[in-house]
Design a binder for this molecule. Structure first.
Ligand SMILES: [Zn+2]
Length: 224
């Protein structure tokens, strides 16, 4: 008897397998999984969304080291984003960074957060990507120092120094920085994307791109 397991995940990569099938890589609340989707390439039906990157699917797979899908259901389809450049770009960067998540991360906490970000991406893609990148710093073992000036300890902080990885005070900067405000909001435990104020997210993303490059060595290539 073959036992079956119900699961859910975000599709991050697919590769062709034999004549008509695919191997599908998913990010789930237990980390990464790979499954075989037999016949996935043969289907001319465009609704066969099991192999579409960025889709969120629930599926039943055989319980083995290399499981085969028997049933699936699409929870979220990235197909509807194809008309909006920023949404597609944001989804691409979210999935790109997922590939770097350390194996021993707390996946059951990360997964629902990422699912929520993806399902709301089209409302404000640049904001969704910004908040995602702020949250994910923690999983790479870097946490920005935000309570006081990283240079002198003064509490009157106004700017964020990407290179030093912390807040700086009005004696050391005269630049009012969006990224600092966003990070402070994040660390005040705002949960939903709508709860965050609106800033110049393009600028915030430029800072975050540089922050990741310096502190994690990951180049997300976010340039405008
Ligand atoms: Zn200072």
């Amino acid at each position: 008897m073959i036992s079956k397991m119900k699961n859910e995940g975000i599709i991050v990569k697919t590769i062709p397998y034999k004549e008509t099938s695919k191997i599908v890589y998913l990010y789930t609340n237990e980390g990464f999984k790979s499954v075989k989707a037999i016949g996935a390439k043969k289907s001319k039906n465009s609704s066969f969304g099991f192999g579409e990157i960025g889709n969120i699917v629930s599926f039943i797979a055989s319980d083995s080291s290399f499981p085969t899908i028997s049933e699936y259901e699409i929870i979220y389809s990235s197909y509807k984003l194809t008309e909006d450049f920023n949404s597609i770009m944001a989804l691409g960067k979210i999935i790109e960074l997922l590939n770097y998540i350390p194996e021993d991360s707390i996946h059951y906490r990360i997964y629902p957060f990422i699912k929520d970000i993806i399902m709301n991406i089209d409302k404000n893609p640049l904001k969704a990507l910004t908040i995602y990148l702020i949250k994910m710093t923690y999983n790479f073992g870097v946490s920005p120092k935000l309570d006081s000036c990283i240079i002198c300890g003064n509490n009157n902080i106004i700017d964020f120094d990407v290179r030093l990885g912390g807040a700086i005070c009005n004696n050391h900067s005269n630049n009012d920085n969006y990224l600092l405000k966003l990070m402070v909001e994040y660390y005040k435990e705002k949960k939903k994307i709508e709860e965050y104020n609106d800033y110049d997210f393009k600028k915030a993303l430029e800072y975050l791109n540089e922050y990741y490059l310096i502190h994690t060595n990951i180049d997300l290539k976010i340039r405008w």
